[in-house]
Design a binder for this molecule. Structure first.
Ligand SMILES: Cc1cc2nc3c(=O)[nH]c(=O)nc-3n(C[C@H](O)[C@H](O)[C@H](O)COP(=O)(O)O)c2cc1C
Length: 165
């Protein structure tokens, strides 16, 4: 099994979570690539929040990325102003070979991400629109300075759900 973990991280929390997921999957014999969505320009706090809440698209450096080799995808975003980061939408609007790809989501936040909340709903919408096959698996992590504050106990179950697909 080859898993692509696609994520955006402005201050390192979502990257740290993606790395933890990658290590756990590797220990279960999965091959894993970490694919960080790179902003053309790192947004300041207000630009980021405004773009997320107004659902504006912010440009990314890594366009047209071919995800065809992955049997599953995991997609991660920070929470911005009660929304997901718009970079996820921009990245997937040009990514190649994603139709029908089994995909699970994770979200980090300064608070505890609500599994029924808007950030997840926005990610689901963006990804469904480009044809990925979303699973019910979801991981929400409250994080601070690269460390998990709440949600660690759900990581193994999330990883297992990816492996069982
Ligand atoms: C512009 C902006 C808005 C944010 N809004 C929220 C929010 O609405 N709810 C929340 O729980 N955390 C919010 N946060 C905190 C981040 O979601 C949290 O620190 C996240 O883990 C950052 O991920 P990163 O380090 O990968 O960029 C916000 C952070 C930024 C920069």
């Amino acid at each position: 099994m080859t898993v692509g973990i696609v994520y955006y991280s402005r201050t390192g929390n979502t990257r740290a979570a993606a790395q933890i997921l990658a290590e756990k999957l590797k220990k279960k014999q999965a091959a894993v690539d970490l694919i960080e969505i790179e902003a053309v320009k790192r947004p300041g706090f207000f630009t980021a929040g405004r773009a997320a809440m107004k659902q504006l698209e912010l440009p990314v450096k890594n366009t047209d990325v071919d995800l065809g080799k992955y049997s599953s995808l995991i997609v991660g975003s920070p929470t911005w102003g009660g929304c997901c980061s718009p970079f996820v939408k921009t990245f997937f609007s040009s990514a190649k070979n994603i139709k029908g790809k089994k995909t699970a989501l994770f979200i980090t936040g300064g608070g505890i991400p609500d599994p029924q909340g808007k950030p997840r709903e926005m990610m689901q919408q963006s990804l469904t629109n480009v044809g990925v096959n979303l699973s019910d698996s979801f991981l929400g992590l409250q994080m601070k300075k690269g460390s998990i504050v709440v949600g660690e106990q759900h990581i193994d179950g999330f990883v297992q759900s990816i492996l069982e697909k």
